[in-house]
Design a protein around this ligand. Structure first.
Ligand SMILES: C[C@H](O)[C@H](O)[C@H]1CNc2nc(N)[nH]c(=O)c2N1
Ligand SMILES: N[C@@H](Cc1ccccc1)C(=O)O
Ligand SMILES: [Fe+2]
Length: 311
């Protein structure tokens, strides 16, 4: 089966995209066995190093709901077994993990989400991709996405998103939905009483982007607006140039309610906004809006936004 699939995938770059996974043994829905025996001692050791590094970073940079999800999972010591996690996850929010070779076409992906099934790649990145890699591997898919699947509001959102995504595929108006997924599920930020925090999986599986998205003055940080997000192009092979910021997770849930068809068709027909641009009516969120207090903790200077963040 052609890994690119007739329906393409978001990582198709100029007609050639070397997908990393083994697509030779997957069915029409791209399912494979996790085949736990395939993982070597070196794989588990790399997993432990990736986990230890991110577990330390998320205390400072991740949304509390994400941290709670990580703590509920037992994945510090080895690559997790999907079947064991599924028992817990199904009981928590009705979600199940499905092993896939890697990226899968949009319509198959949305189909899974609409049934509360989350596709998780089975291959693990190389040592030299410790800080960042372009394609989603098992560490990105599992460490980045699974913690929030145990959060009821987020779990409901993701299923509603999948159902809307299937409508977008039928309309051939997928791009706005892909952008919404990218800027929220993969690279979303959220305001908390402790200040700006990340909840996007693409941020939290990357050791380098986790600090960058909060600390760097370079990227734009813009308050979430559904139309604006759906219209904004993105890069898949570098840190994001724009991050969108929620006040509350249920803004996401609200955004998938109702009939999006007119909006999807209209936005699909418009020229996208470049990720480097700021629009006149953007609510730009800069650190300056929240007086920043640096309080030294035993773990070194901690940047905290104490005033101004919404309660
Ligand atoms: C929603 C959007 O199309 C997005 O890029 C999808 C496409 N296919 C995928 N396939 C897998 N396995 N994992 C993903 O995160 C995605 N992302
Ligand atoms: N860049 C992420 C992986 C990722 C791939 C595709 C989409 C989002 C994130 C990392 O290094 O962990
Ligand atoms: Fe992802």
């Amino acid at each position: 089966m052609d890994a690119h699939g007739a329906r393409g995938n978001p990582f198709e770059v100029a007609g050639s995209c070397q997908l990393r996974g083994d697509y030779q043994h997957c069915g029409a829905d791209y399912r494979v066995e996790q085949d736990y025996a395939r993982y070597t001692a070196a794989d588990h050791a790399l997993w432990r190093r990736l986990y230890a590094r991110q577990a330390q970073l998320i205390e400072r940079y991740a949304a509390p709901a994400f941290i709670d999800g990580v703590r509920a999972l037992d994945m510090a010591d080895a690559i997790p077994r999907f079947d064991r996690v599924n028992t817990l996850l199904h009981r928590a929010t009705g979600w199940q993990l499905v092993a896939v070779p890697g990226l899968i076409p949009n319509d198959v992906f949305f189909g899974y989400l609409s049934r509360r099934e989350f596709p998780v790649s089975v291959w693990l990145r190389r040592e030299d991709e410790f800080d960042y890699l372009v394609e989603p591997d098992i560490f990105h898919d599992f460490f980045g996405h699974v913690p929030l699947l145990s959060n009821p509001v987020f779990a409901d959102y993701l299923q509603a998103y999948g159902a809307q995504g299937r409508i977008a595929v039928d309309l051939d108006a997928v791009e706005p939905m892909s952008r919404l997924y990218w800027y929220m599920v993969e690279f979303g930020l959220i305001r908390t009483p402790q200040g700006l925090r990340a909840f996007g999986a693409g941020i939290l599986s990357s050791g380098s982007e986790t600090a960058y998205c909060i600390e760097s003055p370079q990227p734009h940080r813009i308050a979430f607006n559904l139309e604006r997000v759906m219209q904004t192009a993105y890069r898949i092979d570098t840190f994001q140039q724009t991050y969108f910021v929620l006040d509350r997770f249920d803004q996401l849930f609200e955004s998938t309610r109702g009939d999006l068809r007119e909006r999807l068709l209209r936005i699909s027909a418009q020229a996208p906004i470049a990720a480097t641009q700021v629009q006149a009516d953007d609510q730009v969120i800069s650190r300056g809006q929240w007086p920043v207090v640096v309080s030294s903790l035993d773990s070194g200077p901690m940047v905290t936004d104490l005033q101004g963040a919404p309660q």
